[in-house]
Design a protein around this ligand. Structure first.
Ligand SMILES: [Zn+2]
Ligand SMILES: [Zn+2]
Length: 343
């Protein structure tokens, strides 16, 4: 089969590789669409240590079942599917309590690090265990389905600290996850939904997809603006989808006393933290990692149009053109959000 292989840092080859063989519990999926994730772009230069060459990246994908192991039940050749980006083990303490996102033995598709190498979906075929498969609803296209992962992350975060009816909610960062959060939260009963970013195009998209107010933090004091929208009290909830010191600081300071922040972004490994703001205003702080069980709800909402993937799709290109798209994303070409590669 053909695959896009990261041969060495920042060097790809679109080349012939052996087709993977499904084990007893696995299915072989003929990939129809696979999104380039920010973590692939960050990882390709070696800076994260999680894309060690040689590796076939790609964990946001959809396709059609092309083969199955002997123990696979309930799936047939030709079924349209997507799958979790994470392969959880199913037997550790966390998996057994339902927290599959916290699995002790988790492997992410398309990742190679010190502990493992798990080839992903920038290829004609990928093998995944049946327990991470999800059926695509009728009418949901492969490209939209390839975007289910960021929506699942957003739904999971929204469930960590769900808004109450008419709450004022702030979303910081209007990239993939931020926009998915805006969409999810706007369906969850917020009153005011305030999106904060430094790029007008992104804020424009946020307002089209459910934000009631937008704040460009490059052009105005974001804290002042949020306090101005909340009679000086602050917001009930904030979701932080950037993960650097300045935005986490804003996320805590923009809250009402007793409010809650959910941290999703984690670009910086550590940051300076406004301790006294958190303590004296009695804030609740949640971390949110990946998703656990939100895929079916996201697929259903995408199929019904309650969540919209199209506004996040920048381009669809053949897999063989992958290297140039990685290059453009690496250079932070303006306006590019999600690029889908098609084998
Ligand atoms: Zn990803
Ligand atoms: Zn586990």
């Amino acid at each position: 089969m053909k695959a896009l292989v990261l041969k060495e840092y920042k060097k790809f080859a679109y080349e012939e590789v052996p087709q993977p063989e499904p084990g007893p519990d696995d299915v072989l999926v003929a990939v129809k669409a696979c999104g380039i994730c920010g973590s692939d772009v960050h990882g390709m230069d070696g800076s994260t240590g999680r894309r060690r060459p040689p590796i076939i990246m790609g964990h946001e994908a959809s396709g059609v079942i092309a083969g199955a192991g002997a123990a696979v039940k309930g799936w047939a050749t030709g079924d349209r599917v997507t799958f979790d980006s994470t392969i959880y083990c199913g037997y550790c303490e966390f998996c057994r309590s339902g927290s599959i996102n916290l699995c002790e033995n988790r492997r992410v598709l398309g990742v190679s690090c010190e502990e493992y190498r798990q080839h992903g979906a920038f290829a004609d075929y990928v093998v995944v265990p049946q327990r991470i498969l999800y059926r695509l609803p009728e009418g949901l296209g492969f490209e939209q389905a390839a975007l289910v992962e960021p929506f699942a992350i957003a739904l999971h975060a929204a469930r960590r600290s769900p808004p109450k009816l008419n709450d004022t909610v702030v979303v910081i960062g209007a990239g993939m996850i931020g926009i998915a959060l805006v969409q999810a939260l706007s369906r969850a009963g917020c009153g005011r939904l305030i999106a904060v970013d430094m790029v007008d195009d992104r804020l424009e998209r946020a307002s089209q997809l459910g934000a009631t107010h937008v704040v460009n933090s490059a052009k105005q004091d974001a804290l002042e603006a949020i306090l101005g929208l909340t009679e000086g009290k602050g917001a009930d909830l904030c979701f932080e989808a950037v993960g650097v010191a300045a935005t986490v600081d804003l996320a805590l300071r923009c809250l009402k006393k007793g409010g809650a922040v959910t941290l999703v972004g984690n670009v910086a490994p550590k940051i300076e933290f406004p301790l006294q703001v958190a303590v004296t205003r009695e804030l609740s702080i949640f971390g949110s990692c990946a998703s656990k069980g939100e895929y079916p709800a996201c697929l259903d909402m995408l199929a019904r149009g309650a969540l919209k993937a199209e506004p996040l799709l920048s381009a669809t290109a053949p897999l063989r053109e992958g290297p140039s798209w990685f290059e453009r994303l690496y250079r932070h070409e303006n306006g590019l959000l999600k690029v889908i590669l098609v084998p």
